[in-house]
Design a protein around this ligand. Structure first.
Ligand code: ZN
Length: 260
C-alpha cells in the first residue's frame, strides 16, 4: 500500500486542493489484509484499546468470510499469521487459535450493515469512562473533530456480548451510526475500510481523553458545531491521507514481527 492516486480508500479528487502531489509519497509497503488487521490491533492498543485480551476486530471479505484477531492474544502481540479466517457463523476456517464467543455481535453487524467492512469492539481506556457516565464527550479540539457526528449511547447492555439477544440488540441500537458508547462496558464502531476504522477509533479515544482533561480543569468551550461537523465530514468521508500509514510504520519499527 502506498499513498498514491490509485488508493481507493482516499478520495483524492476532493482532497486535491490540499494535496496537489499525492503520488510523491510511497510511504507504506504493500500489505496483505491479514497484515493490515494485525497492524490495526497493535496500533489501537497503543492508543488506549488495551483492556488486556478483551476486544475484537473483524474484517468482512468479499466472499463473506471474516478475518478476526484470536481470543487468546493481546492486541499488542498479534501477528498477521495469528489472524483467523471464520465463516459467517463464526466457525474457524483457517488459523490455529480460538475465536471469541463474543463474535456474534460482529457477525450480526456484518449481516445487517453491508456498507461496513470493519467492526471494532473494545473497552478502551477513555471511551469506557464516558460510556460509564452515559455522556457524549464534547469536541474541544481539531483532532477530536476528525470524525463527525456524536456516538450513540446504548445503556441496555448486559456487560458481555456473548449473549445472542444482547448482541443483536447492540447491533440494532447502533443503527446507522458510526460508533457507540456501550454503557458500563466499552465502545463499538464500524467502518468501510481499515483506514476509516483506524481514524474513527483513534478519534473517539482522543475525543474522550481530551474532554475528560478539559472538564477536570473546570470545562472549556467546545468547537462550534458547524466547524466540527465540516471538518469531520471532510476527513472521515474522504479518507485521511498519510495518518494510518504513519502509525503503521511506527508499529512495524517497534516490532517487525507483526507482519509475519
Ligand atoms: Zn466487551
Amino acid at each position: 500500500m502506498s499513498a498514491n492516486p490509485n488508493d481507493p480508500t482516499i478520495n483524492w479528487e476532493k482532497l486535491a486542493p490540499l494535496i496537489p502531489h499525492p503520488g510523491r509519497f510511497p510511504i507504506l509497503q504493500e500489505l496483505s489484509t491479514k497484515q493490515q488487521v494485525a497492524l490495526l490491533c497493535r496500533v489501537l492498543f497503543q492508543e488506549g484499546y488495551n483492556d488486556h485480551i478483551a476486544g475484537h476486530v473483524t474484517y468482512r471479505q468479499d466472499d463473506g468470510t471474516m478475518l478476526v484477531n484470536p481470543w487468546e492474544l493481546a492486541w499488542d502481540e498479534v501477528c498477521a499469521s495469528d489472524i483467523l479466517t471464520i465463516d459467517a457463523n463464526g466457525k474457524v476456517l483457517d488459523g490455529r487459535w480460538n475465536v471469541t464467543p463474543a463474535i456474534n455481535v460482529h457477525r450480526d453487524m456484518h449481516t445487517l450493515r453491508h456498507d461496513v467492512r470493519v467492526v471494532i469492539h473494545n473497552h478502551s481506556e477513555w471511551g469506557s469512562v464516558w460510556a460509564a457516565c452515559k455522556r457524549v464527550p464534547p469536541i474541544y479540539d481539531q483532532t477530536s473533530a476528525l470524525v463527525d457526528t456524536d456516538p450513540a449511547i446504548y445503556d441496555e447492555y448486559l456487560g458481555t456480548v456473548n449473549d445472542e439477544s444482547a448482541g443483536r440488540a447492540a447491533v440494532e441500537a447502533l443503527g446507522e451510526h458510526k460508533w457507540a458508547l456501550l454503557a458500563n462496558h466499552g465502545v463499538f464502531l464500524v467502518a468501510r475500510d481499515i483506514r476509516q476504522a483506524h481514524l474513527r477509533a483513534i478519534t473517539l479515544e482522543w475525543r474522550c481523553r481530551l474532554a475528560w482533561r478539559v472538564e477536570q480543569l473546570g470545562g472549556g468551550s467546545p468547537l462550534a458545531p458547524q466547524v466540527a461537523a465540516g471538518m469531520g465530514a471532510m476527513t472521515d468521508g474522504n479518507g485521511f491521507p498519510f495518518l494510518w500509514e504513519a502509525m503503521a510504520r511506527r508499529e512495524i519499527r517497534r516490532d517487525p514481527r507483526v507482519l509475519e
